[in-house]
Design a protein around this ligand. Sequence first.
Ligand code: SF4
Length: 300
Amino acid sequence: MDVSIDKHSGFCWGVVRTVRIAEDQLAERSERNVFVLGHIIHNPSEIERLEGKGLKTITVDDFPSIAHSGAKVIIRAHGEPPETYRKAWHYGIEIVDATCPVVTKLQERVRKFWDQGFQVVIFGKKDHAEVLGVRGVVRDECVVIKSVEEALANVDLTQKTVLFSQTTMDRPTFLAVRDALKARIAELVVDTMEDIATEFHAKDTICGQVSGREQQLAHYAATNDVVIFVAGRASSNGKVLYNVAKAANPRTYFVESIAEIDPQWFDGARTVGISGATSTPQWVMEQVQEHIRGLVPLEQ
Ligand code: SF4
């Protein structure tokens, strides 16, 4: 049985950058006072690895307990609302901003349209960290929707409107929302940010690191007998990509770690493909590969 790892899977460059920033900060400081706001990425194994090096996960509510202590607080790739920066300043806390530049651009662009009096509509998950950051930029004066039904129920169809997407949402639903609003709103802008960010697809603000992978992953999944998709359950991008793989190959299984792998999944399989989200570390996929090779006799 051949067990391979999808060569297009693994960290996107935004996550690589965030982890590198965290590792640099941890290497520089022996005082063990490097913190991150929320889990640094949606992957329990990688969180555990970085915590082993001294990284501590906190929330904004913990700021008073580390005030004026010389602590550094990393902002992860999802970004934060402006209020977080104000609070850090208030408590004398140094921020290390590892917000993905793609998310920073999205925040800037949303603010620009809001300043111009547009109704801002975000296709995304209301409580996802990236969306919380964007909501903060416009003082929560926006409509967050994740389906055509929600859009038609909550968007004011009489106003000039701009539509954005959270960077990790799925494109087919976004396009359905866009078409439904286009048919009903006289002045609708679907901002593509083409002029400022090559990471975005020409039709939306879904990150190219996510959407570019869908087609390739579907092909990879279809060409393997069984697919093991490895990601954290909290990863939006993980869910989107898993569904893409599952649609292409019904023998696709989602796991967070090797403990969840069932040997029966591989009955009669000649090829097993391992893939993951943009927040899945390469070393975790290698661990899964080694585990599966150990489970199944090489000669069948
Ligand atoms: S998926 Fe895209 S927006 Fe999100 S962290 Fe990676 S590069 Fe940045």
